[in-house]
Design a protein around this ligand. Structure first.
Ligand code: C2E
Ligand code: CA
Ligand code: CA
Length: 353
């Protein structure tokens, strides 16, 4: 038995077959899950994540075997712990794919190859553009286009998000200089709020571009608030002090504490697409949707409905009093050039810098 890390133990057992190994691993998990009574009558509960591999089938060299056991442990942890997981060959492939994707992303960020599209955000008549949301796009020469739902979390896990985020912000401000009177919304990840210097970065980029702060909107999700409330509050405050507006994105998708709306002083509420998608379907949640809009209006926030795909969804949101509407019904995300053309056809009446 060895102890390779603080809370890691490694066991080498000879003479067990596949069945015996599985049984041993399960027994370890079960025994460790039993409550332990310590001095003073305190009861302690611990959980263990166990991974295992069998030689020679899963590897006949020590380093291969250890690496594969570690992959199995990682899977056990990912699944929530308290479980024994056997190494499976897919784990090697999964790791290989992830590494390849990670390397490709690292290169793309370094080369400035992440591009930006802009989705128009319309006024409640649905005829005029009032803002644009900047959305990151990545297409690798070999792997093809990769969804932001995949590469944004990867960028967060690998520490690439501050650099990527800065590039998107810089690009968006530069492009939006050509769109007088139009607000620009940029997404910011939890990692940028908690580990970065987002307030300094936004301040610098505003100065560098000369873009008016009051036309920039930073979109954050609730997960930002959950991690470290104090820090989040400080950063949001810092951003607002720059004159930038802060929007709460995907509201209603997660924890959705009503208290947050009040406490953090958001300028804008973006209602999660889930509510809008359900309009007119059997699991219609219009009552909740209506309450959220009413609440937001009461707190004097700008309300945006996003993910609007049908006329019916549009009508419902407009009638509830939403200020802004965004969705495929009006336009998909566009390149800067396409957005300029779209804007010319859907110009606000009074455009001011
Ligand atoms: P999000 O911030 O909620 O962005 C809205 C997403 O909904 C976008 O997906 C947009 O293309 C999509 N969408 C807009 N209208 C419709 C519609 O009518 N129907 C449907 N089905 N979808 C619609 P996208 O571009 O794939 O981005 C996914 C997520 O990735 C974003 O969700 C955001 O969380 C994240 N993301 C994208 N760009 C950035 C970025 O520059 N920085 C950060 N931190 N996150 C980003
Ligand atoms: Ca967003
Ligand atoms: Ca959203």
């Amino acid at each position: 038995m060895a102890r390779p890390g603080n809370d890691e133990f490694m066991l080498l057992v000879a003479g067990l077959g596949r069945d015996g190994l599985t049984e041993l691993a399960d027994r370890i998990v079960m025994r460790l899950a039993e409550p332990i009574d310590v001095d003073g009558g305190t009861r302690v509960m611990i959980t263990a994540s166990v991974g295992y591999a069998l030689a020679p089938a899963d590897g006949d060299r020590t380093d291969d075997l250890v690496r594969r056991v570690e992959l199995a442990v990682a899977k056990a942890k990912e699944d929530g712990g308290g479980e024994a997981v056997a190494f499976a060959p897919e784990m090697d492939l999964e790791l290989f794919r992830r590494r390849a994707l990670e390397n490709a992303l690292r290169k793309a960020v370094a080369a400035g190859d992440i591009s930006t599209l802009y989705q128009p955000i319309m006024d409640p008549t649905g005829t005029r553009v009032v803002a644009a949301e900047a959305l990151a796009r990545w297409s690798d020469p070999l792997l093809g286009p990769i969804s932001p739902d995949l590469f944004i979390p990867l960028a967060e896990e690998t520490g690439l998000i501050p650099e990527l985020g800065k590039q998107i912000l810089r690009r968006a401000l530069a492009d939006a200089m050509d769109w007088p009177g139009i607000d620009i919304a940029v997404n910011v990840s939890a990692a940028q709020i908690h580990h970065g210097d987002i307030v300094e970065v936004v301040g610098e980029e505003l100065q560098r571009s000369g873009f008016p702060a009051h036309r920039l909107e930073i979109e954050i999700t609730e997960s930002v608030l959950l991690a470290d409330e104090k820090r989040a509050q400080g950063q949001i405050h810092g951003l607002r002090n720059l004159g930038v507006r802060v929007a709460l994105d995907d509201f209603g998708a997660g924890y959705s504490s009503l208290q947050y709306l009040h406490k953090f002083g958001f300028d804008k509420l973006k209602i999660d697409r889930g509510f809008i998608k359900s309009i007119g379907t059997p699991d219609d949640s219009s009552v909740i949707l209506a309450s959220i809009v009413k609440l937001g209006l009461g707190l004097r926030m700008t309300i945006t409905g996003e993910g609007v795909e049908s006329d019916e969804q549009f009508r419902v949101l407009r009638d509830l009093g939403c200020h802004q509407i965004q969705g495929y019904l009006f336009s998909r995300p566009l390149t800067a050039g396409q957005f300029t053309l779209f804007l010319a056809a859907h110009r606000p009446i009074a455009a001011a810098g």
